[in-house]
Design a protein around this ligand. Structure first.
Ligand code: NDP
Length: 248
């Protein structure tokens, strides 16, 4: 079924992990997908090839989310590639762990996380909104750690994701009159390069979920497809936890 045929999307951070699964899923639903990466040129090419081999359309663009000029050019390139922009998924992000009294978690680490996870998202939305059609969709990948702090060592990251959640609500208000919805998906522990299900931390994180396991990137992509699709026309300003019940 091609629920999203004729639509065009931009997914930031689509070369690996959750973002790559979102690219594949939206493309499988018939969306033409532009996506960004910053370092992983080969991984990005693999994602695009996988989509093309499955009969879909995907184009990779190099753009650093920490650079608002590059983000603006990325958004314009995505719109030019397919002639329209219906869906923006902000998935690029990073986490740098450390407690507030840990010297290695300095203000440079603070800035890096806020530059990519918050400023980069705001830059993408500001660039995309003027180009988006009526009925556009903005989906921000937050984190359950933006809503709760079940473990030490995630303060700065949690604060960036709390900011994303606040922006999601605020932008839903700002853009509602244009028929654009803005929602967030808040993943729990998802098996990716950043958070491998095989790491020594994994049993602790899995144990905090009701389902007692890690989730997959495809499970997050399914929630994004719902919010991007025809069943979510009256959903705006929500945060959808995809966390195996971690916050239950
Ligand atoms: P990965 O580390 O697996 O992938 C990160 C992606 O973001 C890559 O495509 C990477 O590109 C891109 N990226 C990183 N920095 C930049 C940058 N400066 N400019 C452009 N792109 C960049 O991450 P995940 O898939 O695990 O996470 C994706 C999102 O989900 C993040 O926002 C994360 O905070 C969130 N999340 C993840 C959870 C998890 O357990 N995995 C839990 C909750 C939230 P490149 O390949 O070129 O480096």
């Amino acid at each position: 079924t091609y629920r999203l045929s004729g639509k065009a999307a931009l997914v930031t951070g689509g070369s690996r992990g959750i973002g790559a699964a979102i690219v594949r899923r939206l493309a499988a639903e018939g969306t033409a997908v532009a996506f960004s990466y910053v370092d992983s040129e080969e991984r990005a090419a693999e994602v695009a090839k996988t989509v093309e081999d499955a009969g879909g359309r995907a184009l990779a663009f190099k753009a650093d989310q920490a650079d608002a000029g590059q983000v603006a050019r990325l958004v314009a390139s995505a719109r030019d590639a397919f002639g329209r922009l219906d869906i923006l998924v902000n998935s690029a992000g990073l986490s740098l762990m450390g407690k507030v009294d840990d010297p290695s978690l300095d203000l440079a680490a603070f800035d890096r996380q806020f530059d990519i996870n918050v400023r980069g998202v705001a830059a993408a939305v500001r660039a995309a909104v003027p180009l988006m059609a009526q009925g556009g969709r903005i989906i921000n990948i937050g984190s359950v750690f933006g809503s709760a702090s079940p473990l030490p060592g995630w303060g700065d990251y949690s604060a960036t994701k709390a900011a994303v959640a606040a922006y999601t609500r605020a932008w839903a208000r700002d853009l509602g009159s244009r028929g654009i919805t803005v929602n967030a998906v808040l993943p729990g522990p998802i098996d990716t390069d950043t958070n491998p299900a095989a790491s020594i931390h994994a049993p602790t994180l899995a144990g905090l979920t009701a389902l007692q396991r890690y989730g997959t990137s495809d499970e997050v992509a399914g929630a994004v497809a719902f919010l991007a699709g025809p069943d979510a026309t009256y959903v705006s300003g929500v945060a959808l936890n995809v966390d195996g019940g971690m916050l239950a």
